[in-house]
Design a protein around this ligand. Structure first.
Ligand SMILES: Cc1cc2nc3c(=O)[nH]c(=O)nc-3n(C[C@H](O)[C@H](O)[C@H](O)COP(=O)(O)O)c2cc1C
Ligand SMILES: Nc1ncnc2c1ncn2[C@@H]1O[C@H](COP(=O)(O)OP(=O)(O)O)[C@@H](O)[C@H]1O
Ligand SMILES: [Mg+2]
Length: 191
């Protein structure tokens, strides 16, 4: 069982850019989970159905924690980040920018909670003022951070997820990863 404050590297995946099987692309509507993300952990996760989670059409995706970008089919005007920095730069933000966000995500059984169903959950690195259940979410997954663990305490789980967020942000800032923010898949909500 994993204890808090385990020493961890600040980035994940090769410096040059994503390596096979990444980038992985998947999509689905945001559905209800167990309601623990916001309430118990104060880290909300937008869950999508596990159906169709395949690499190359047959192999299933390994359970674990990943990073990449999420595109949300929300009108640009409902993207109401309340931070002063975001307000200051609002006029410079295009409609596409405001629908695409960095994310970290977990695929698996949530061993700490011993779930009996496998879930796909995305924490979007952005502050939203309201929920977006039912909205279509497109994902471009660019790298693997770590396997899922069981934890000695809820605090230890929270600490590791916070570190995942830092690792995800730092990993995406690299040259070979930044460009995927403009991947057309993220904002194609037509099919
Ligand atoms: C980046 C990230 C890493 C996670 N890592 C683990 C983990 O190692 N073990 C685990 O049991 N749950 C992990 N979770 C899942 C949380 O336990 C989960 O988000 C929480 O139970 C909320 O579930 P809900 O959406 O059904 O409310 C992780 C979630 C995120 C976003
Ligand atoms: N930054 C965010 N990342 C992911 N979801 C968010 C975020 N901010 C608000 N939400 C909303 O919170 C919901 C997830 O909260 P959570 O407590 O994990 O509930 P559930 O168990 O139903 O997934 C998402 O479906 C979304 O509507
Ligand atoms: Mg959730």
């Amino acid at each position: 069982m994993r204890a808090p404050a385990t020493e961890r590297p600040l980035t994940a995946g090769p410096t040059e850019g994503p390596e096979d099987p990444f980038p992985l692309r998947l999509s689905g509507p945001v559905i209800k989970g167990f309601g623990r993300g916001s309430k118990e952990l104060q880290i909300p996760t937008a869950n999508i159905p596990i159906d169709g989670l395949r690499v190359g059409g047959c192999e299933t995706v390994e359970s674990g924690v990943y990073y990449g970008y999420a595109g949300l089919d929300i009108p640009a005007t409902t993207d109401d980040d309340e931070s002063p920095a975001a307000t200051a730069t609002a006029t410079a933000t295009t409609a596409t920018d405001s629908k695409v966000f960095p994310m970290v995500m977990s695929i698996g059984w949530n061993p700490f909670y011993k779930n009996s169903v496998r879930s796909v959950e995305v924490h979007i690195i952005h502050t939203f003022s309201k929920d977006f259940y039912g909205v279509r979410m497109n994902l471009v997954i660019l790298g693997f951070i770590r396997p899922e663990f069981d934890y000695v305490s809820k605090e230890a789980l929270i600490e590791d997820i916070k570190m995942d967020i830092r690792v995800g942000e730092k990993s995406l800032q690299r040259e070979g990863y930044r460009k995927y923010r403009n991947d057309p898949y993220l904002t194609n909500f037509e099919c």
